[in-house]
Ligand binder design. Structure first.
Ligand code: APR
Ligand code: PHB
Length: 390
């Protein structure tokens, strides 16, 4: 078996890369350890930056996003019993779409299948060979048989738990990490929207976020102990906590409904450098993680593969390898910007058990600043919609 680009992982990074390469006439094979049903139903994030929306639309996979996603022109910050709006479109000329990641996955899988792209689910025992030699090879098992896939390039899009990152020699790698002492408790509920836009709430009891999935299904989160168990939380206890954190003195209330999904996720910031070695390149969660507060995870995966697909195009169509050589450096600029933004928003919005009363007042002062100073609001909005120059 042979291909030009061997891609490990069918998350947003791997699938979109394969789609973008196909549009350039570059051949790829995607290898995924889980089943199609699993990847199409795993609940993850849901905010698409303007640039992500535009790329999906321009490359022919944005139709359902446009029809079923919710276009938002702003979001709300709730603190000290009040709500203040960040008007993204007024501040940046751009917007976001709330559209679940697994719906993006469905659209990308459908496009790859329609184009008869090579996409193998349920592979196992994936290992990489000769990544800095002349015949980079992915060895794996599929439907009971062992295979060797020879590639020009191997792209590790296998998420935070994947195997690709560890194929870069440790002596050449440097990892940066911060683990937060809190997590997010996420729910899906059958209910009408509580608000026209997302609400990020800072409260003494902890952070909460009101998001949406459709006119009938809402997604909400609240800060929790990452070691807590969903079984400790009855529906009544969850609604009481959300009311306490999100309802405002100005009369806004969270709308309750039947909760049909509960999960707890830990939070960390992580960057692994370098993102390339020989003929191996990393993209998406395989190389970096952000806490979900800034809604950057999916969008960073998209920006990595946009840079990488352009570098591969330049290699195959213009016979130049400079863009490939500088891939890691180019991608890391946006990654570090998003790491800082996500960290900043996380620190501003969450209850920090080690924060002194002085530092808690600084959180409020910062929220007052971004909701009253136009230049501070522009900076936040540019980061949120992904319009910041890096
Ligand atoms: N072999 C094949 N596939 C693998 C392997 C392996 N050894 N290890 C992991 N995978 C698959 C996973 O099953 C998963 O489907 O790689 C895929 C990685 O996908 P994601 O974790 O979604 O990562 P990525 O495509 O980088 O997208 C990042 O996901 O978690 C969110 O916030 C994050 O939105 C961001 C997005
Ligand atoms: C979501 O809808 O899942 C969501 C929205 C905004 C975030 C994180 C997650 O910052």
């Amino acid at each position: 078996m042979r291909t030009q680009v061997g891609i490990i992982g069918a998350g947003p990074a791997g699938l979109l890369l394969s789609h973008l390469l196909h549009l350039q006439g570059i051949d790829s094979v995607v290898l995924e350890s889980r089943s199609r049903e699993q990847i199409e139903s795993t609940i993850r994030a849901g905010v698409l930056e303007q640039g992500t929306m535009d790329l999906l639309t321009e490359t022919g996979v944005g139709e359902r996003m446009k029809a079923e996603g919710a276009l938002h022109h702003g979001f709300e910050l709730a603190f000290e019993g009040k709500r203040r709006r960040i008007d993204l479109t007024d501040l940046t000329g751009k917007a976001i779409t709330v559209y679940a990641q697994h719906e993006v996955i469905k659209d990308l899988v459908a496009a790859r299948v329609a184009a008869q792209g090579a996409l193998h689910f349920g592979v196992s025992d994936v290992s990489l060979h000769d990544i800095d030699g002349t015949t980079p090879t992915i060895r794996f098992r599929h439907e009971g048989e062992a295979h060797d896939l020879q590639c020009d390039f191997i792209i590790g899009c296998d998420g935070s738990q994947g195997i690709s990152r560890n194929s870069i020699p440790e002596a050449l790698r440097r990892d940066y990490q911060r683990v937060y002492p809190f997590g997010w408790f996420g729910i899906l509920a059958e209910a009408p929207p509580s608000s026209d836009e997302l609400i990020y709430a800072r409260h003494e009891r902890g952070f909460a976020l009101v998001s949406t999935r459709s006119p009938n299904v809402q997604r909400m989160y609240f800060q929790c102990d990452p070691k807590d168990n969903v079984d400790n939380w009855s529906d009544d206890r969850i609604w009481a906590e959300l009311h306490a954190r999100v309802d405002s003195d100005e009369g806004h209330k969270v709308v309750e409904g039947k909760i049909f999904q509960k999960n707890i996720v830990g939070m960390r910031s992580f960057v692994s450098t370098t993102m390339q070695h020989g003929r191996l390149f990393l993209a998406g969660d395989a190389a970096h993680i952000v806490p979900p507060t800034g809604a950057k995870g999916l969008n960073l995966a998209v920006s990595d593969v946009r840079i990488l697909s352009d570098a591969l195009r330049a290699f195959y169509k213009e016979d130049r390898s400079d863009k490939l050589e500088s891939y890691s450096e180019t991608a890391l600029k946006r990654i570090w910007r998003a790491e800082h933004f996500s960290y900043w928003m996380t620190r501003m919005m969450h209850r920090l058990d080690d924060a002194s009363p002085f530092e808690q007042q600084l959180q409020v002062a910062e929220l007052e600043h971004v909701t009253t100073s136009r230049s501070a609001a522009i900076s936040m909005a540019e980061n949120y919609v992904g319009a910041v120059a890096v």
